[in-house]
Design a protein around this ligand. Structure first.
Ligand code: GLU
Length: 374
């Protein structure tokens, strides 16, 4: 496996000891492996590290099961400092300078900030600095949260144009059932396409100290696969795991990237952006969008919610509220409501073109991709 730019994500459960404090031994092993990837394999690495909340809780002697959200956010403020201090010392031994990058969801939702994040990450990498990314848990509230570092890592891989995403965790790959509770669970070594049944297999449970679990790893893999980036979910305890995965050893589960990755701007629209509104479509229009990638005509729109302007990202939903895609509108919600209310002759001829639900773009001649210039 040749990878030039690698995003390595490690979860809280792999970084903390049973008493909740940071496991300096585990962090040192990781630092040594990342040091070797950079010096020996010449790879550029971005580390997405959890552990702030867990480390803070451990330091303050607060029990994870008893804390409020505010206390968790306060614990993150304590723990993030501890985490980065520990990394700075451990990476100094590897002769690697580190940088702390804290993000919230809205940093990637707005195209301009997304581009700034990309520029900063690539500048750090160009100067040989290792970015260590985490969610800014102290200020992140629901509306602006990634919620878990797997999704964050998937988006970081996308923003940074990585070639490989490595999700290090406390199980050694993706299983068809929960291996912690079902002895018959089988590991799936290779995944070429994500299916609904896999989402069911992944379940919801995460570890005691992290928030993810397999469900969020699939979400990260989905983002990476769309972007043409392979994802490997593998056990963090495996000796020399990073080097061995790169050497092509069949460890963990590899989620293979699609061969025809979506263009960059569409990737941002599909996975990064937050929709400003929603169009509800009747069955015929849903069909046209999903099955035939055909034009979306005004009469197929049965509902409009949110206030959006031309160039904004919106989502498309069925009558029952299932979201089938996203797109960029070429008119404002006010104009659209006006057209629909008046249903003037000719209104039906106005069209919002939708290109497939996974490449979700609503286009109209001349206004294509408005607002998302890189
Ligand atoms: N950002 C959280 C932390 O650093 C972890 C989120 C997760 O477990 O995915 O503690």
């Amino acid at each position: 496996m040749t990878a030039r730019r690698i995003v390595v994500k490690i979860g809280s459960s792999s970084l903390t000891r049973a008493d909740g404090l940071l496991s300096i031994e585990s962090m040192a092993r990781l630092a040594a492996q990342i040091g070797a990837l950079r010096h020996t394999d010449g790879a550029e690495v971005i580390l997405v590290s959890s552990g702030a909340v867990a480390a803070g809780l451990g330091r303050l002697h607060w029990r994870p099961s008893e804390v409020t959200l505010r206390e968790k956010q306060s614990a993150a403020a304590v723990g993030q400092g501890l985490l980065i201090d520990a990394y700075r010392d451990l990476f100094a031994v590897q002769d690697v300078e580190v940088a702390q990058v804290l993000l919230v969801r809205s940093d990637l939702e707005e195209r301009r900030r997304y581009v700034h994040v990309r520029n900063t990450l690539s500048t750090l990498l160009r100067h040989g600095v290792l970015p260590i990314v985490n969610e800014n848990d102290t200020v992140a509230v629901d509306e602006i949260r990634f919620g878990d570092n797997d999704t964050l890592a998937g988006l970081v891989a996308l923003v940074a144009d990585a070639n490989l995403l490595l999700l290090l965790t406390d199980t050694d790959g993706f299983y068809d059932a929960d291996p912690r509770t079902e002895s018959s669970a089988q590991k799936i070594p290779d995944v070429w396409e994500l299916t609904d049944s896999m989402a069911k297999m992944a379940g919801r449970a995460g570890s005691r100290v992290g928030t993810g679990g397999m469900r969020t790893k699939l979400e990260a893999a989905r983002i990476a696969m769309d972007a043409g980036i392979d994802t490997v979910v593998v056990g963090s305890e495996e000796p020399d795991v990073l080097q061995r995965v790169l050497a092509g050893e069949p460890l963990g589960t590899t989620f293979h990237a699609r061969r025809d990755p979506l263009p960059r701007k569409k990737l941002w629209m599909v996975h990064g952006s937050r929709p400003a509104g929603r169009l509800t479509l009747d069955a015929g229009a849903v069909d046209a969008v999903l099955e035939r990638s055909a034009s979306l005509l005004l009469p197929g729109i049965t509902g409009i919610s949110g206030a959006f302007r031309s160039g904004d990202v919106i989502e498309l939903a069925t009558l029952s509220g299932r979201v089938i895609g996203k797109g960029i509108v070429n008119c404002s919600s006010w104009d659209l409501k006006d057209w629909l209310a008046r249903r003037k002759p000719g209104a039906a001829a106005r069209e919002l073109r939708v290109v497939h639900h996974r490449e979700m773009s609503i286009e109209r001649e001349g206004i294509r991709d408005a607002g998302i210039e890189a």
